[in-house]
Design a protein around this ligand. Structure first.
Ligand code: BJ8
Length: 423
């Protein structure tokens, strides 16, 4: 801890305020995670990462920078990590999931902005998150209006590059996204002084694919009748995927999956028989936002799948692994990063609805919770189609809107408990 303090001071953080966060996190983690019964032993690694989330990984990033390395932070799964790795830099996620940072964001943003955006800006402006101090470059994207405008404010304080994501998926939009990726590659080459080669890009594609394959392997276990790992633990792993070293992460997750294989052989389940299987869809759940999973899983439900960016939207599709010339590999990246992410920022976005229906079958889901972060207009509006399609398909579905506070926890418990009861 003393070493961490020194590091945080050197990063120019507001130590006093940050201490308040450090005090609150272990309690929250204990309540949601350590209170679970029969957790896989190999969750130890992920527990350790969270226990020292502002210590271990930031220290690694700083060490990397001391040797001339650059760290690039991003806020959206449309931004391809592969090109960051190919340029010899480290990519890290930056989306913030704690109410702790929201008031700081509200100093510069309208209150009617989603908590994810407010928390992200608050973490930077309040100087209470080491990741937001460390990054050499911040990558924004033009997905939703809230983010677009927030990046302009963030750029007053932080070095930013913005990727202009198309809002449709026509042929010309893919061409445009290829252009954006190439442009991004140039920015990274300038930042790092390294040239992205066919070799480094191909290696990076394999590295990120391997991380996604490990997540896919994890999610396969969640399709079983006897689910050997809780939704809470699976969520935590997906959240850590955005921060951790990708090779180490894949290795540690595969080790956990070996343990889950054993559990599968022995028909071990972390849930009692008859627990209702829930699919969560909607806006992302950034670390440490564990609220919904905690409520569902202490109200007679099991979260078996997240159709979310902190879920299968991140892990399902792979980039074509064929080693090819630069243009072809960039095209493959564009295909994956535009074609296979069904964010509500697209119009139309029928593929997301199709995905939900497919996932319901694959994960043998009893009911769907369509989750919206307060003030996220695009997901809220798209909820119309989600609920309509589920009604047509005869799949029970409930729409929930919430934020990062605990103020509505009791009310949510009542609503979710009643929903699960009627499944
Ligand atoms: S690909 S979901 S990570 S944009 S919740 S900030 S949309 S107002 S986070 Fe997202 Fe990329 Fe889409 Fe995924 Fe805006 Fe909505 Fe807030 Fe959101």
């Amino acid at each position: 801890m003393t070493d961490n303090k020194k590091m945080w001071e050197e990063l120019g953080m507001d130590i006093q305020t940050h201490d308040l966060l450090c005090e609150a996190l272990p309690q929250a983690f204990g309540d949601v995670y350590l209170s679970q019964e029969n957790r896989p032993q190999k969750m130890d690694y992920f527990n350790m990462v969270v226990a020292d989330i502002h210590g271990i990984r930031p220290a690694e990033l700083i060490e990397f920078q001391k040797n001339g390395g650059k760290v690039v932070g991003s806020f959206c799964i449309h931004v391809p990590d592969e090109v960051v790795l190919a340029a010899g830099a480290i990519a890290t996620g930056l989306c913030s999931g704690s109410q702790f940072w929201v008031p700081g964001g509200e100093k510069v943003l309208p209150t009617a902005t989603c908590p994810l955006i407010k928390a992200s800006l608050g973490a930077r402006f309040d100087r209470t998150c080491p990741f937001f101090r460390i990054c050499d470059l911040f990558i924004g994207e033009t997905t939703c209006d809230g983010k677009k405008k927030a990046w302009e404010i963030l750029s007053e304080d932080a070095p930013m590059h913005i990727m202009d994501i198309p809002q449709m998926k026509r042929k010309e939009d893919f061409v445009k996204w290829e252009y954006e990726i190439k442009n991004y590659m140039g920015v990274l080459e300038d930042l790092t002084g390294n040239t992205i080669t066919e070799e480094t890009l191909h290696d990076a594609i394999l590295t990120v694919n391997n991380k996604r394959k490990a997540l896919q392997r994890l999610n396969e276990f969640r399709k079983l009748e006897n689910v050997p790992i809780s939704g809470r633990d699976a969520l935590l792993i997906h959240q850590i995927a955005f921060y951790d070293d990708p090779k180490r992460f894949a290795q540690m997750l595969n080790t956990l999956c070996d343990e889950l294989d054993e559990r599968k052989k022995n028909n071990v389940s972390v849930y009692a028989k008859g627990t209702k299987r829930i699919l969560l869809t909607g806006t992302p759940l950034s670390i440490p936002n564990w609220k919904m999973h905690q409520i569902i899983e202490t109200s007679g439900g099991a979260v078996v799948c997240e159709e979310m960016c902190t879920g299968v939207r991140y892990s399902e599709a792979l980039v074509d692994e064929t080693k090819a010339d630069m243009d072809s590999m960039v095209k493959n990246l564009a295909d994956r990063y535009l074609g296979h992410i069904n964010c509500a920022c697209f119009t139309p976005n029928r593929e997301r609805i199709d995905d939900i229906i497919r996932l319901v079958k694959e994960y043998n889901v009893d009911g769907i919770i369509d989750l919206n972060l307060k003030f996220c207009n695009i997901y809220d509006t798209e909820g119309y189609f989600v609920e309509k399609a589920m009604q047509e398909a005869g799949i029970p579905c409930i729409g929930i809107e919430t934020d990062y506070t605990d103020e509505d926890a009791e009310q949510l418990k009542t609503r979710i408990g009643a929903f699960i009861e009627m499944l």
